[in-house]
Design a protein around this ligand. Structure first.
Ligand code: TRP
Length: 338
């Protein structure tokens, strides 16, 4: 993906995240932390999916602020604009353009079966707009413009990747080799962090109980308090076992952030109570998030640097994606401009 001749031929990956506000510990462990680590082994492109946010009604000044904050959060989490292409979707006009073309190769029936569409249209019955319906075609364009090998996403996005693959088969079937077939890359353990208060539900900012989630900008004392209050069970043993959702979740968090296996974690806390364990989990979360919070505080004040980064990202992304778009337009029979 780099513009120089790439002798190593690294595999390419791409992913995006919507600017819905400060990321939770769940977003961080399940996705963004892995994105950072993958920069070493892959050529990566990461973007803020702001066009996707318009499928739900937004307050304009609030959205604009959140887009910039989301971009700064990615950098604060270690996404490095020197290593990866880091951009804002609406700054790269090829996305909307290929999105339109792909809509014309996506069936009404296919879009109707998307569970995210069904859920969101049930949540917002007053605003079931065409963008919400066609969203997966835009997401397919986001991906296919860069011809990535892998797309790291959470399980909830897997159906959209499957549809992207269907579109690739359809278009390549008609026009020959247009797109590379992307593979979903679903993270392994730690992919799904649960609510600290209702450990049978995914950790989410929409939890009505703020003690259920930790955001990556929470202060240390807030984090420690949330872990102290985390729901566990009436037993005493720190073991990963069916039926111990709360403890399993805390063990997962601790294991991912300390790079220890679940067995090692179990050994470490043998004979100790839940109180000690929760304190240790809280501390390792504070240790992991402190540098992020500090990076963010510095970045969000440095508007010139952020602008420089997203300008460069948009230029890199435009250059690469433009090639794919030009190829697609030619293949489907549009007359090239003179
Ligand atoms: N739909 C994704 C989400 O809501 C965000 C997204 C948009 C995305 N385009 C993408 C993710 C392309 C991966 C690749 O989480």
């Amino acid at each position: 993906m780099s513009e120089q001749v790439n002798t190593e031929k690294k595999k390419m990956l791409l992913s995006g995240i919507q600017p819905t506000g400060v990321f939770t510990l769940g977003n961080y462990i399940g996705a963004i932390r892995n994105w950072g680590q993958m920069q070493e082994d892959y050529d990566c492109a990461y973007f803020i999916a702001d066009l996707h946010s318009l499928t739900v009604r937004q307050e304009a000044s609030e959205l604009k602020k959140r887009i910039k904050e989301a971009y700064a959060l990615l950098l604060a989490c270690g996404i490095d604009p020197e290593k990866s292409i880091v951009f804002i979707q609406s700054h790269v006009p090829t996305h909307a353009e290929l999105g339109w073309i792909l809509q014309c190769y996506t069936q009404f029936g296919e879009l109707s079966r998307m569970t995210q569409f069904k859920d969101k249209s049930a949540q917002h019955p007053e605003n079931v707009n065409a963008g919400l319906f066609a969203y997966p075609a835009l997401m397919a364009a986001d991906i296919l413009l860069y011809q990535p090998d892998f797309v790291p996403v959470g399980v909830d996005q897997k159906q959209h990747i499957e549809l992207t693959r269907t579109i690739v088969n359809r278009i390549n079937g008609i026009y020959g080799d247009v797109f590379k077939m992307p593979e979903p890359y679903i993270g392994k353990s730690g992919a799904k962090i649960m609510s600290l208060q209702s450990p049978d539900k995914k950790m989410s900012k929409s939890d009505e109980n703020p003690n259920g989630y930790v955001t990556i900008l929470d202060e240390p004392n807030v984090i420690m308090n949330k872990f102290k209050r985390a729901v566990t069970d009436s037993e005493t043993e720190v073991v990963f076992r069916e039926g111990k959702d709360g403890i399993n979740n805390l063990m997962t968090i601790y294991s991912v952030l300390t790079n220890k296996s679940l067995e090692e974690v179990q050994k470490e806390f043998e004979g100790k109570g839940y109180g000690d364990f929760k304190k240790a989990v809280g501390e390792c979360v504070v240790d992991a998030l402190t540098p992020i919070r500090e990076n963010y505080a510095r970045l969000i004040k440095d508007n010139a640097y952020l602008e420089e980064c997203y300008k460069k990202g948009a230029e890199q992304a435009t250059r690469i994606s433009y090639r794919t778009l030009a190829k697609v337009k030619k293949k489907v029979g549009l007359l090239p401009p003179a």
